[in-house]
Write a protein that binds this ligand. Structure first.
Ligand SMILES: Cc1ncc(COP(=O)(O)O)c(C=O)c1O
Length: 471
């Protein structure tokens, strides 16, 4: 394939101390060189302690995929391992670093907030919560205008489901197979992968799952008992599966007919990731409830938001304490999130993500054409890209090979054959170029038989899509 060659960012794993990159951009001034002393001994100690005090199997799995990285320096689209190696971060904690890692404006806002604030008293009204909620009402579509804050995505979805059940006085929640909504109570009950759910069954009653993208199955599942449908517009963990063109509109219509609510989980796909503020905009669909987390915290604080209509808020008017979270929407986190939104808006990051996404997809499609024996599909929106390999073990094996060429990329939790490429939205053209070159080099190494074998990285066989389940 022909990839534009910038000549600036050739991966070079031997020159650890002289790595340079364009450090100035309108998105920030990023660290251009390593600014710590690499310490492989400290790295090994951290891995050993992690294995002893957290989980040894996690260390083994990460090592097999070349991902036994201990993050040290973090800056913009890049991360440095404690041993000194630098990686273009294409995982970004599953899309949590849209404005770049330690974006200088966001870090400055965090410092300023720390000088003045703390978590705040969750029971009192708060200036920071009020300002951020007003800002969210501006940037979310349609008549979404009220917010409940939380600390993480699972909590945001839990509240979305509570609100749907409370407001409709119905119980049934329809979600999709291979969807991912977090590992908390209601969210896990709506998640679509058996392995995450099985040890905890029985989960919550009245949760039904249907295949993603199957309008008929969805229509059949939605009835007069349905409180809400919960969906990602683009399944992330499920392997970067974009909703078919008319799907969301059809689901919206089916919900309206049955008096059910539509909850869109934009936790991975929102805040500019897909080249629009919200992935649902690609489909012209406005939900009743939207959940936001991950990148809202600007890589430095935990925060999530469940945004909903004024009509739904009626349910909470008689009891404003119906859902409480001590740290949810802390004053510190709200101050930071406000700056995250300002950065996205003022730097034109959403349009930039769309432009970089076009370059990325051009390159990936070209590589896929050259390697049909390894790559089965390339899909996604904006900077939410999925590369599906022809079989599952290639996910971890390609993670390994990409890591050897300076790219941190991780396969999907629910679809190991699919590599997720979700770099920071501040990524520049030369860095897209770097990623595409690394991809080519990794494929070359894979075909030369280097790196881990198929059996050493096999996680499981390709999943057979289960029939719709109710639990
Ligand atoms: C689409 C989606 N929803 C919800 C979650 C859960 O978020 P958290 O891990 O913050 O609970 C995730 C996390 O990856 C996600 O990708």
């Amino acid at each position: 394939m022909q990839i534009r060659r910038s000549g600036v960012l050739r991966p070079n794993t031997t020159q650890l101390y002289r790595q340079r990159m364009g450090s100035e951009s309108r998105f920030g001034t990023w660290a251009s060189e390593i600014d710590f002393i690499p310490d492989p001994v400290a790295k090994q100690r951290a891995l050993d302690e992690f294995a002893t005090y957290l989980n040894p199997q996690k260390v083994r799995v990460m090592r097999a995929a070349g991902l036994d990285i201990i993050e040290a320096q973090r800056s913009g689209a890049w991360v440095w391992d404690l041993d000194g190696r630098r990686f273009l971060d294409c995982f970004t904690s599953a899309g949590s670093f849209n404005v770049g890692r330690r974006n200088p404006r966001v870090v400055a806002a965090a410092h300023a907030a720390l000088d003045r604030l703390d978590h705040g008293n969750f029971l009192l009204c708060s200036e920071q919560k009020a300002t951020l909620a007003a800002r969210l009402a501006q940037i979310t579509p349609g008549d979404l205008s009220c917010t409940m804050f939380g600390t993480g995505g699972g909590e945001a979805n839990d509240f979305a489901i509570k609100l749907a059940r409370g407001a409709t006085r119905r119980a049934k929640i329809v979600s999709t197979i291979n969807g991912y909504h977090g590992h908390t109570g209601f969210a896990l009950s709506a998640a679509g992968r058996g392995a995450f759910r099985a040890p905890f069954e029985p989960l919550m009653p009245e949760f039904v799952q249907v295949p993603f993208g199957d309008t008929e199955a969805m229509r059949d599942a939605i009835d007069e008992h349905t409180a809400a449908v919960l969906l990602e517009p683009v399944q992330g963990e499920g392997g970067i599966v974009v909703a078919p063109p008319e799907y969301l509109a059809d689901v919206r219509a089916a919900c309206d007919r049955a008096g059910a609510l539509l909850i869109l989980d934009e936790i991975q796909s929102g805040l500019g990731r897909t080249g629009k503020w919200w992935a649902s905009e690609h489909f012209g669909v406005v939900p009743d409830i939207m959940t936001i987390a991950k990148s809202l915290g600007g890589s430095v604080v935990p925060i999530s938001a469940t945004v909903f209509t004024e009509e739904l808020r009626e349910f909470m008017i008689p009891n404003p304490f119906i859902h409480l979270s001590t740290f949810g929407g802390s004053d510190l986190a709200c101050a930071v999130a406000l700056e995250v939104i300002n950065v996205i808006e003022e730097t034109g990051l959403v349009d930039h993500a769309a432009a970089m996404g076009r370059l990325l997809f051009d390159g990936l499609h070209s590589i896929a054409r050259d390697h049909p024996d390894v790559i089965a599909d390339v899909r996604g929106l904006g900077l939410m890209a999925g590369v599906e390999y022809v079989e599952d073990s290639l996910g971890p094996r390609m993670s390994y090979h990409l890591s050897q060429h300076g790219v941190l990329a991780i396969y999907s939790g629910n679809q190991p054959a699919v590599m997720r490429l979700m770099p920071s939205l501040v990524i520049e053209e030369s860095e897209v170029d770097y990623l595409l070159h690394a991809m080519e080099s990794a494929l070359k190494d894979l075909k030369a038989g280097e790196g881990p074998s198929e059996s050493s990285t096999r996680t499981r066989r390709r999943p057979v899509r289960p029939a719709p389940t109710a639990s």
